[in-house]
Design a protein around this ligand. Sequence first.
Ligand code: NAD
Ligand code: UDP
Length: 312
Amino acid sequence: MNRILITGGAGFLGSHLCEALLQTGADVLCVDNFFSGDKDNIRHLLNHPYFELIRHDIIHPLFVEVDEIFHLACPASPIHYQYNSIKTVKTNVIGTINMLGLAKRIKAPILFASSSEVYGSPEVHPQPEIYWGHVNPIGPRSCYDEGKRVAETLMMDYNRQNKVNAKIVRIFNTYGPRMATNDGRVISNFIIQALKGDPLTVYGDGSQTRSFCYVSDLIDGLIAMMKTKEFTGPLNLGNSVEYSILELAQKIIKFTKSKSKIIHKPLPSDDPKRRCPDISLARKVLGWEPKIDLEEGLEKTISYFHTKLKLK
Ligand code: NAD
Ligand code: UDP
């Protein structure tokens, strides 16, 4: 049986990955310190015979025996990763060294969940993997952006120096059920505001763009990347259809049939102006393509938040 470690397994993406890997018949070991994750995300898996949960902070060494490592542990939303920015750097640097040390000792492939944030506020559009980025090293987003960049460096150095089978995936904005209600990311914020009838808070004039990938597509991409032989990446995974934040707000008001208005708030500093992945490499290497468009993905996500908010 394939034994798989998922760090950050109680988070938004991690919990979907745990579920998907259990469905393939794997034995899943979920490790999380519950900083931004939630036991509710994995509660339904706790009685599964091949699911195991360890509460552990990856800035401390971990000694386990597994066949593959998906390394996702790191708060992903600006509110969460800026809450304790020094801890965010430690998680990305010390945590990644610990996971790479583990991968080296047990000779297991390790996939690192990097981010489109390694491109910073990009001057090249859409962003291909060969673009080195335009990143502020000293701003409020740097703990995350530079943390991910050092983690990528470590992945490549362990690969070159210690022959670790390292795989880097750069994830672009991904959304879906189990996004935390308090993490301030744009899709969860707008849906919750629209469902409550509160104004939707568009930062700046809303002309900044993002492209939004539905969670099941992203999970398919992560699993396909792990199956590749000796391919380090980095590899972009995301949806390449780009929307302005204002357009997104209008769509969410329409799909929720909300009477909410749109209000504007100041744009946070270093907020990237445009972001959209070039996914030609993922198409070529993995034969991967997002299948769920924004309308279908929003419908599923709205229905999740509708149920969640009614419970409270
Ligand atoms: P999330 O915050 O929901 O999940 C992260 C998980 O890691 C949480 O369960 C958290 O408790 C755990 N964690 C954080 N620090 C830890 C530590 N020191 N030790 C153990 N566990 C720790 O975020 P997510 O959206 O599921 O993101 C998962 C990964 O994917 C992150 O590495 C993130 O940077 C990356 N990513 C996500 C997106 C996205 O759009 N969702 C985009 C780019 C990159
Ligand atoms: N955003 C917004 N209103 C919100 C939350 C976010 O206008 O209530 C904007 C934010 O400024 C950014 C975009 O939406 O331009 C995406 O923000 P998110 O935090 O989801 O992700 P990231 O900035 O990391 O792409």
